[in-house]
Design a protein around this ligand. Sequence first.
Ligand code: SF4
Length: 477
Amino acid sequence: MTKRNYATVNPCVMCQPMGSALAFKGIENTMVLYHGSQGCSTYMRLHLSHHFREPVEIASSSLNEKEAVYGGTENLKKGLKNVIKRYNPKVIGVATTCLTETIGDDVPAIIKEFKEEEGIGDDPEKDIIIIPVSTPSYGESHVSGYIKALDAVVRKFSEKSGEEEFLKIPNGKLNLIPVESFSPADVREIKEILEFMAGDYIFLPDISDTFDAPLREKLPKIAVGGTPLSEIADMPNSRASIGLGVVSTNLAVKYLEDYHGVPGHNVPIPIGLLNTDLFFTELVRTLGCPIPDKYQNERGRLLDAMVDVHKYLYGVKAAVYGDPDSVFSLTTFMLELGMNPVLVSTGSKNRDFEKRIKQIFEEIRPELEPVVLDGIDFDTLNDAVSECGPEILIGNSKGRYIAKARDIPLVRVGLPIHDRVGAQRILTVGYRGALELLDRITNTILEATDTFTAPVQVEPAAYAGEGAKDERVEGSR
Ligand code: SF4
């Protein structure tokens, strides 16, 4: 690949504070405030609302030149006051941005001071809970912002219990915490599986309604839905936690295990056959109940479909890019389908990414030698695509320029998807999600190669008059 002497061109990740918003927006009655300049919150609101097609409210402490020199304490306090007055939230997530991290504002100290001045305590029953997260964008990406915010939320709601020598009252529930943002359709699917498995569960963060709300006559100030606060406070009482994702470290799962003794198990995001099997195996192990017939049948249908499309997908060279754990699970699925993921990449910097990806190739198709890249931008991805020559791209809509310039079809998965509608309804998890993804990938390839999808039955001789032949035209793949 071309060697460069400049930093980043078209990043393949989003801002770290945006990740925190994805997490906070899945929590009941929560408002997000970015401590920084107004542009940060405007950019992220637009980015998210173009993807989910929902209004996304994010407040800003709105710093300008003066505060950049003298500090943003007063602006943050003013911002918090305004948010409380206008939105009346139960929780405010305060995420820092590049500017406020660079000038060194001590946000936890400012919040402490603000709470003392306003007489706000720490009782979730009566008080507004303010949760600071340090998310300078030059440090990491939206993936780490998301993980950090969830960790901060779980810690905050367990804090009081800790101080009072928390008396455990086992609730028999199962905590489910993904390391990356799922689509609302994905969250709904996981919740449905858990309901079917007769398990009492807590899913954090639940964006199934907040980012995919029904049309209402009156727009609520804060989107309805999200994980109830009482359930978050109850997470230390759960029987176990399942972290969805194995490449990034799930800090919330780790915290609950280390400080509250809740056993944590991380499984890959359940995309594809193997990963969904692993998810169900973990559920069976934890809940002690069998897999319902409904899902046995869905698994059977997926297997049937995999056999059906094998002739179209076998050996197809693919390039996949996106968030580390989604890419890991998508790659596993492509290997199961007989595809050849020649280029596997993520924009996030993750030291375990290459090791994990190579491991899964070793287990499923050791003869393949993919190019594996982390911390890339789209410029690097473009070069890598040119070298690896994939026949299909799988990733978010920001890869469309590469797809268009090189005339390679693109299957849109992940975040953001700005040039198509329905991102919030894209289902990839579970057997049903795998089936839908498989259809999308196969049909995209069929459309691009103009291959017949099935043998074409020509009119049988008996109906076509004398001399007519009964012949079949086979597809080229
Ligand atoms: S990169 Fe930094 S300054 Fe730019 S929008 Fe993100 S947080 Fe704000």
